[in-house]
Design a protein around this ligand. Sequence first.
Ligand code: IPD
Ligand code: CA
Ligand code: CA
Length: 258
Amino acid sequence: MKEKLIKIIKEAGEILRDGYFSKKDVNFKAKKDLVTKYDVAVENFLKEKFSQEFKDFNLIAEESDNNNIEFGNSIIIDPIDGTTNFVNQVPHTAISVGVYKDKKPFIGIVYNPILDELYESEVGCGAFLNGEKIEVSKEKVFQKALISTGFPYSSGTNNEDLLDVIEKIKNVLPKCQDIRRLGSAALDLCYVAKGTYEGYYEMNLKAWDVSAGIIILLEAGGQVSNLYLQDYKLFEDKYIIASNGLIHSHLISNLVMK
Ligand code: IPD
Ligand code: CA
Ligand code: CA
């Protein structure tokens, strides 16, 4: 199944790449939440191909109505993760596809067609970037850890979320090496998986933002949890905390510090 998925996702990458270099009309789903005709075109392409090839799976996808779709055997699709980057030609943007069997991780694929980076993993088989095995970093010292985060779209309208973002940065920034905000949750998880970042946290993400990256990170030896060190639950948890495993509890204790 993984090889078929990769072939289809690479084809969809051509739609993303064409859009990236052309002039785009932008629509707003919410104050900060953008969508273009390319998000819809990539999604429609993937859904059509996946429904022909993988009849036993439900398709859950960002730009679709997912109301009556059960999370069981599912392929969870973000057609363009990092749409703000895509619109502004910042090259950190990717197609994210996570496959779950009976709600359990099975295959994760994140493809950035601009930088031609394909991250992929099947549970039990390790994680790979363009065919080369990747592993999380071995850094244990939190002061040397490069941490990534993201800012929720709700920060434009919800003051509580905005204050929470600021509070957490205030807690973590002095204690770590530095903080990055790359603009694609799927790629952030892959960057922890390949050892670029030691850790990553963000609030209010949707299942399609992280469904694939979680699988890739776990297979690269990393750890993923909620803010209470419990397993992160797609569709449920507010916060995702991801790391190389070695700085995980330091990251959480710094985030929740009063
Ligand atoms: C967004 C990106 C971003 C994160 C946002 C997500 P989108 O996804 O992953 O990094 O900070 O919260 O919603 O809207 O570009 O698919
Ligand atoms: Ca996304
Ligand atoms: Ca998206």
